[in-house]
Design a protein around this ligand. Structure first.
Ligand code: HXC
Length: 257
């Protein structure tokens, strides 16, 4: 395969990206970020993929950005570091992305999960932004996305103290969509991804665009995005098919256009 730090495969309409640096608990170095972004972009431009799952190992989704790679860098070098660009490309994919998290999702690992649309967690998962213990702060979106996910006061406590939380607390505060027994994580992720991928691709793209707008803009601007996305779908074959199928009391056969 063209990738060294991830395993990429497609099963049906679901694209899988499995982080695979077991010697470093899937720490996210520059190569990982480039490979994840490239694999996600390739799935994103492929109409035979309707959902992407990102996962890691049983022990670690990802234990953070690679501390050993960053340690000796200067501020100017960090600003220049291109893997921020890679993560920006990853976060911009139009296809729905599920993070299936088992074990550690710390620092950049938690931030990678938060770049996804849905976070499914094994009951063994641990989340946190421990960067404060390293003399830094979250740097892959954690300061912004965690607040939007769980609210200011929960986010502030986690970011300022570095406290790690287990899956049940992560679910309670709204960081995690659902917690499942560890043995069920991949089957549940498969089932959810297949369900999503069976929907019409243009409507999935539209749904994700409206969700993104809700995260990023004002209510008024977001409602305008919704209005345009909603209307645009009425020019797709799948909208005609979906509504005809309802009227004819049969399942829709979407063509993803
Ligand atoms: C580089 C890492 C790593 C990391 C683990 N390893 N996390 N290497 N970067 N983030 C390496 C260890 O050095 C070790 O390699 C191997 O993985 C196994 O880790 P252990 O520590 O031996 O495992 P364990 O004792 O089970 O402890 C697990 C752990 C701990 C609690 C998750 O590894 C840990 O605290 N990791 C760092 C977590 C963290 O601070 N993350 C935030 C990073 S900063 P060797 O070869 O030494 O045996 C960040 C900023 C994001 O993410 C923004 C930036 C762009």
């Amino acid at each position: 395969s063209e990738y060294e730090t991830i395993i990429v495969e497609q099963q049906g309409r679901v694209g899988w990206i499995t982080l695979n640096r077991p010697e470093a608990l899937n720490a996210l170095n520059g190569q990982v970020s480039e490979e994840v972004a490239a694999a996600a972009s390739a799935f994103d431009t492929d109409d035979s993929v309707g959902a992407i799952v990102v996962t890691g190992s049983e022990k670690a989704f990802a234990a953070g950005a690679d501390i050993k790679e960053m340690e000796s860098k200067t501020g100017a070098e960090m600003l220049d570091t291109d893997h921020f660009g890679a993560w920006t490309r990853f976060a911009a994919v139009k296809t729905p992305v599920i993070a299936a998290v088992s074990g550690y999702a710390l620092g950049g690992g938690c931030e990678l999960a938060m770049m996804c649309d849905i976070i499914l967690a094994a009951d063994t998962a641990t989340f946190g932004q421990p960067e404060i213990n390293l003399g830094v702060v979250p740097g892959m979106g954690g300061t912004q996305r965690l607040i939007r996910a769980v609210g200011y006061y929960k986010a502030a406590e986690l970011i300022l103290s570095g406290r790690l939380i287990k899956a049940d607390e992560a679910e309670r505060i709204g960081l995690v969509s659902r917690v499942v027994p560890a043995a069920d994580l991949l089957p549940e992720a498969t089932s959810l991804a297949e369900t999503i991928a069976s929907k019409s691709l243009p409507s999935l793209y539209a749904a994700k665009a409206t969700l993104d707008a809700a995260m990023e803009t004002t209510l008024e601007a977001g409602l305008d995005v919704e209005k345009r996305q909603f209307a645009a779908l009425f020019d797709t074959a799948d909208q005609k098919e979906g509504m005809a199928a309802f009227r004819e009391k049969r399942p829709p056969h979407f063509q993803h256009r």
